[in-house]
Design a protein around this ligand. Structure first.
Ligand code: HXC
Length: 256
């Protein structure tokens, strides 16, 4: 991997974006390596939760403008630029936590929103500044940011290109929690380790059900959730989880 650093922490895999010379701008190589690393982690039984992070200064300052500047409509349409990578990331079944510090802009913000939730340092700055370059978001920003923070704020962000700080992002619902910068990755790994200790069957059911809320009408989402809830009763982990509670001991989940 030329653009990523992979750091296992027990059952948690930390993927660190690593192009410091370009504030972690997402180029084709980084996206290819990221989708490869995520796909491998999804298939690797020793990984139970994934953290994607960047540097203190930048999670990612967007897609790589140097790579895009000479591209024509025909080029990007033929390649379906960013489409396959975004779809691969969205299809990862294990939970992914984004640990965001510093700039999280354009494609970087879209990558963070492709993760399951965002933990932000107090220095994080979010934005969809593509409008300043004469383009718009292309990896889900106009859709996901709007679903997360509502039309008015999302529209303002996309039309003005302004940045939001961590406090505003948390208040708006983009960010789950704000953490002091020095503790961000430690806290993200701690959170991911908690998730890694649950039944992977239940974790997947929860991830799929919550994601359903952004995809389908309420009645369909409720039905999906109820069926997924019912299916949990086919697992040994349901029996173990409930028995452990009643016996006042920690559950020992086996993903069965
Ligand atoms: C390529 C980038 C980059 C980017 C920063 N750099 N962002 N290179 N693509 N998106 C490079 C700079 O060119 C510079 O390289 C180095 O990183 C440091 O950046 P500076 O600008 O000198 O740093 P600073 O003054 O601290 O300003 C930080 C910044 C600014 C405010 C984040 O870099 C910035 O505005 N970046 C662009 C943000 C943006 O427009 N993102 C959206 C991209 S379009 P050199 O070689 O000069 O030292 C997009 C489309 C998404 O994301 C579509 C779907 C994926």
């Amino acid at each position: 991997m030329q653009t990523l650093i992979l750091q296992p922490h027990g059952p948690v895999l930390v993927i660190r974006l690593n192009r410091p010379e370009a504030l972690n701008a997402l180029n084709q190589q980084m996206l290819a390596e990221l989708t490869q690393a995520l796909t491998a982690a999804d298939a690797n039984p020793s990984v139970r939760c994934i953290v994607i992070t960047g540097s203190d200064k930048a999670f990612a300052a967007g897609a790589d403008v140097k790579e895009m500047v000479q591209m024509s409509y025909a080029d990007v349409a033929a390649a379906d630029l960013y489409g396959p990578a975004a779809q691969t990331i969205a299809r990862i079944r294990k939970p992914i936590v984004a640990a965001v510090s510093g700039y999280c802009l354009g494609g970087g913000c879209e990558l963070a929103m492709l993760c399951d939730f965002i933990l932000a340092s107090d220095t994080a700055r979010f934005g969809q500044p593509e409008i300043n370059l004469g383009i718009i978001a292309g990896m889900g920003g106009s859709q996901r940011l709007t679903r997360l923070i509502g039309k008015s704020k999302s529209m303002e962000m996309h039309l003005t290109g302004r940045m939001m700080d961590a406090v505003e992002a948390e208040r708006a619902g983009l960010v789950a929690r704000i953490i002091p910068m020095a503790d961000l990755v430690t806290e993200a790994v701690k959170t991911a380790t908690i998730i890694a200790g649950k039944s992977l069957l239940a974790v997947r059911a929860a991830k799929e059900s919550v994601n359903r809320a952004l995809e389908v009408p309420l009645s369909e989402g409720l039905l999906f959730e109820r069926r997924a809830f019912h299916s949990c009763f086919a697992t040994e982990d349901q029996t173990e989880g409930m028995q452990a509670f009643l016996e006042k001991r920690p559950a020992n989940f086996t993903d069965k």
